[in-house]
Design a protein around this ligand. Structure first.
Ligand SMILES: *[C@@H]1O[C@H](CO)[C@@H](O)[C@H](O)[C@H]1NC(C)=O
Ligand SMILES: *[C@@H]1O[C@H](CO)[C@@H](O)[C@H](O)[C@H]1NC(C)=O
Ligand SMILES: *[C@@H]1O[C@H](CO)[C@@H](O)[C@H](O)[C@H]1NC(C)=O
Ligand SMILES: *[C@@H]1O[C@H](CO)[C@@H](O)[C@H](O)[C@H]1NC(C)=O
Ligand SMILES: *[C@@H]1O[C@H](CO)[C@@H](O)[C@H](O)[C@H]1NC(C)=O
Ligand SMILES: *[C@@H]1O[C@H](CO)[C@@H](O)[C@H](O)[C@H]1NC(C)=O
Ligand SMILES: *[C@@H]1O[C@H](CO)[C@@H](O)[C@H](O)[C@H]1NC(C)=O
Ligand SMILES: *[C@@H]1O[C@H](CO)[C@@H](O)[C@H](O)[C@H]1NC(C)=O
Length: 451
């Protein structure tokens, strides 16, 4: 989870609704030659013995289903990107990140001075704009006490009571449990137990019984299902599915900064040689579906950021397409002014490593500039930037790769996408517009009714 604090120097304007060119289905993607078409949509109904359920979902979900568009709002962006600046016309749900379970199984905040007021403002602004708001609990650095908080009946009652209190206090529409990760250590200080996953289930059962019936409860998860007592992903999540409205599959941070970088958010293991073959959108879809989660309860997490690496690599662990060189080499810095780490898509644009172009294929295309070349990693169906002049590589997602993921989501009948995070997009909302276009929304479409 991208939970590090980010700092921006420039004040940003909200993205405005523009009449973007719209394709009425996802097939215009197929005119793009850069990605490996074998990777697109064929796989889930092909080699790895898909269940008939997934095939049925795919067959009738692409025409009229309108997947949901969602994003996280991290509280540390507020000084540069106040909640009122979010263009709620584009989002069905926004998740406020984060409330943090503390050692007494209550909830605390990154910044107790500002976060509660910020959440109230997000709820007011979101509801005025017709967008529902969830409170996300946990995150990478906020998962320290989850294991203890769910470990026995008494703790669970305390934790649930405190969550219900905050749910009612802020008038939110749902709770997102972002425990990274049940049964896995995660961050260094986290408590962990082999019983985390069954305890998590007991906690969710109690939470479901105590929250109002219309409260939405979701979990943000790894691409693989929760780890069971034997340390392996459980093969049956149907009880979780009966308690959760949906599962957000965090398909990002698969590879981070490295001198030998890999893709941040692979779509598919198209070359069949990834050392993490399930850590991609298609693999995660299959793994959760095979464990009994309906596609209609799956949300694909998509990144509005990439990873900047000091690297002379010419590919992301795979071959790369030829691309032209450009003049005036620039050196990128991350959003924390470092030479390596996460970098928002908007920063790639504001630092002029990417410049907007629009092609006839109806996708907003950002070309590389400033000495970078944009290349396409066939193995993950994601782009990367590299500059031999300054020895930097950026693995990232752009409107093209997100449209590909969104088209997959629509085709297989997943519920929607959730982007980490809303401020990573450009002022013109190029990323979320690309997703919406792939979902079949017209630029002027209002949001569908949310349950
Ligand atoms: C929609 O899909 C159909 C069938 O794949 C194709 O013939 C048609 O050209 C597509 N329309 C657009 C606007 O992409
Ligand atoms: C597809 O159709 C089947 C049978 O009518 C239905 O049960 C299922 O819910 C549909 N799936 C979606 C995603 O609409
Ligand atoms: C939980 O924390 C909040 C502040 O975040 C506080 O107002 C409340 O009293 C605490 N609840 C309990 C039971 O300690
Ligand atoms: C999964 O678990 C549920 C509930 O315990 C059970 O009813 C179902 O039969 C299980 N499914 C499989 C495939 O084992
Ligand atoms: C990239 O190559 C340059 C020039 O050979 C070298 O100075 C630099 O250390 C290399 N960077 C990395 C990360 O290996
Ligand atoms: C994976 O396969 C691709 C395509 O065959 C190849 O170019 C690449 O070198 C392979 N990567 C690894 C790590 O073996
Ligand atoms: C922008 O896209 C057009 C159409 O594909 C192309 O001809 C042109 O070279 C592109 N411009 C840049 C700067 O890449
Ligand atoms: C977008 O696609 C539609 C249908 O394929 C086409 O008529 C239209 O000209 C395209 N728009 C742009 C800007 O290329």
């Amino acid at each position: 989870m991208a939970s590090t604090a980010l700092f921006f120097l420039s004040f940003t304007m909200p993205c405005v609704i523009l009449a973007a060119p719209v394709a009425d289905n996802s097939s215009s993607l197929d005119t793009q030659s850069e990605y490996n078409s074998e990777a697109v949509f064929v796989y889930p109904s092909q080699a790895d013995t898909p269940s008939s359920a997934a095939t049925a979902d795919a067959s009738n979900s692409s025409s009229d289903a309108r997947p949901l568009v969602m994003a996280y709002y991290p509280d540390w962006t507020s000084s540069q990107f106040p909640p009122e600046k979010i263009d709620f016309d584009y989002y069905d749900w926004i998740d406020f990140a984060f409330a943090l379970p503390d050692e007494s199984f209550n909830l605390s905040w990154d910044d107790p001075e500002t976060a509660p007021a910020l959440l109230s403002r997000l709820v007011d602004a979101g509801h005025a704009g017709g967008t529902k708001i969830k409170l996300s609990i946990g995150g990478w650095t906020g998962s320290k006490h989850f294991s203890d908080a769910v470990s026995n009946d008494e703790n669970r009652h305390t934790f649930v009571k405190n969550i219900v209190t905050i749910y009612e206090q802020f008038g939110i529409d749902g709770i997102d449990i972002d425990w990274e990760y049940p049964g896995h250590k995660g961050d260094a200080d986290n408590t962990v137990s082999t019983l985390d996953t069954p305890n998590f289930l007991s906690f969710l059962r109690l939470l479901r019984s105590q929250l109002p019936t219309n409260a939405v409860i979701t979990a943000a998860t790894q691409p693989a299902p929760f780890v069971g007592e034997d340390g392996q992903p459980v093969n049956n999540v149907t009880e979780f599915a009966s308690l959760l409205d949906w599962v957000l599959i965090m398909n990002y941070d698969v590879w981070s900064s490295s001198s030998n970088p890999g893709p941040n958010a692979p779509f598919y293991d198209a070359c069949h040689n990834s050392t993490q073959p399930e850590a991609n959108a298609v693999g995660a879809f299959n793994a959760w579906r095979d464990a009994g989660l309906s596609p209609s309860q799956m949300v694909l997490g998509i990144p509005a950021y990439g990873y900047l690496s000091n690297s002379n690599a010419t590919s992301l662990r795979t071959r790369s397409a030829a691309a032209r060189r450009q003049a005036a080499p620039i050196r990128l810095v991350t959003d924390e002014d470092k030479s390596e780490g996460q970098i928002l898509f908007r920063s790639l644009v504001s630092q002029n490593a990417l410049v907007l172009n629009v092609t006839s294929s109806n996708h907003t295309v950002f070309e590389a500039a400033g000495g970078f070349t944009r290349e396409w990693d066939e193995c993950s169906s994601t782009p990367f930037l590299r500059s031999p002049d300054v020895g930097q590589v950026v693995s990232y997602d752009d409107p093209q790769s997100l449209a590909l993921k969104a088209s997959f989501v629509r085709k297989v009948g997943m519920l929607g996408v959730n982007m980490w995070e809303v401020h990573g997009d450009t002022d013109d909302c190029d990323l979320v517009k690309s997703v919406r276009t792939a979902f079949g929304y017209e630029a002027e479409d209002s949001k569908p009714a949310v349950q």
